[in-house]
Design a protein around this ligand. Structure first.
Ligand code: ZN
Length: 335
């Protein structure tokens, strides 16, 4: 290079230096700006990511809480259904000694022993005791009314049920009978004299089969633990010859754990129409008179029916209960 003088050269150098400095400052500033921009950008991204994460976490927590709530709900539902089952088991706390609940054991008396008393085969020296018995149910519309009256009067009865009536609709009636302190016994499956006693001759195999069939049905409706020891022959033991003879029906029933029992008092609600009471007063008189024919009056087993159409029995029942109460009888059930 050719310079005019040293001064000029210095000026140029100075100028160059200045330029360099300016460029350096500029580049630095640009770099700094870029760094700041990138940093801010990075920071924003991080903040945004964090926000998303927080939001996602919140969402996740919510979901987990919901899940917990659902589990709680299901748990509480499970618990409540468990409670219900337990309640049911509590209510049907069946006795091992007969067709009633454990809570009814205090006033349950052995049917085979009571039978001996009412037949005067055995002397009785105890308290005056009456056993209300209802045959031929379950009958919706009748059985429930009988139960209402028993409950109102705080007394109990033994229900001799017929197997063919024991459909699923009968279940709540049977349960109510037990829950309200009553006993359940068996009164055949068909109640058909022609099947049970063809030509008035007891058919042991049919009698046994019907007892078993009814027993099975009761267990299906009331649980495997249901047990009863009591049977009443349709028409009564006294109506048929040969039940205790050869090919013994009484023994066949005994092999199933069933003891038969009749009655020594009746309200007349199943008498032939000619002699059947037609109003409360007649029924009450029939009941009192029926006792005359029996020697044993301190132990009374009274025959009544909760079959179809037995409305007069329902109507008279409070008076019948009152009659025995006022004459000093205690009320028992059969086991
Ligand atoms: Zn009957």
């Amino acid at each position: 290079m050719d310079f005019k003088n040293e001064d000029d050269k210095n000026k140029i150098d100075e100028y160059k230096m200045k330029k360099k400095k300016e460029n350096f400052v500029l580049i630095s500033a640009v770099c700094l700006a870029i760094i700041i921009f990138l940093s801010i950008n990075y920071a924003l991204t991080i903040i945004h990511e964090n926000k998303t994460k927080i939001a996602m976490n919140k969402e996740q927590n919510k979901e987990e809480e919901n899940k917990k709530d659902l589990t709680k709900d299901t748990d509480s539902k499970n618990n409540s259904s468990k409670d219900k089952t337990e309640d049911k088991e509590d209510v049907l706390d069946l006795s091992e000694n007969g067709g009633f609940l454990k809570s009814s054991e205090d006033y349950a008396y052995d049917a085979s022993e009571i039978r001996e008393y009412i037949l005067s085969n055995k002397e009785y020296n105890g308290e005056k005791r009456v056993f209300l018995t209802f045959d031929d149910g379950v009958t919706p519309g009748i059985t429930d009314k009988v139960l209402d009256i028993l409950k109102e009067n705080n007394v109990h009865a033994t229900f001799f049920v017929v197997g063919k009536t024991l459909n699923n609709a009968a279940k709540p009636y049977l349960e109510r009978e037990l829950k309200e302190g009553n006993a359940i016994a068996i009164h055949s499956f068909s109640h058909d004299y022609a099947k049970l006693y063809p030509n008035r001759n007891p058919d042991v195999s049919v009698i046994k089969e019907e007892a078993e069939k009814t027993y099975t049905r009761l267990k299906e409706l009331l649980g495997e633990n249901f047990k009863t020891n009591v049977w009443r022959y349709p028409g009564g033991h006294l109506s048929w010859k040969g039940l205790d003879g050869e090919n013994n029906a009484d023994e066949a029933l005994k092999s199933l754990g069933l003891n038969w029992i009749d009655w020594n008092c009746l309200c007349g609600d199943a008498e032939p129409l000619k002699t059947r009471p037609t109003n409360k007063e007649e029924m009450m008189n029939f009941t009192k008179k029926s006792l005359i024919y029996w020697k044993q009056k301190d132990v009374v087993v009274i025959l009544m029916h909760d079959g179809v159409g037995k409305n007069l029995t329902i109507e008279t029942l409070p008076d019948i209960i009152e009659y025995f109460k006022s004459n000093g009888y205690e009320f028992g059930i059969l086991k």
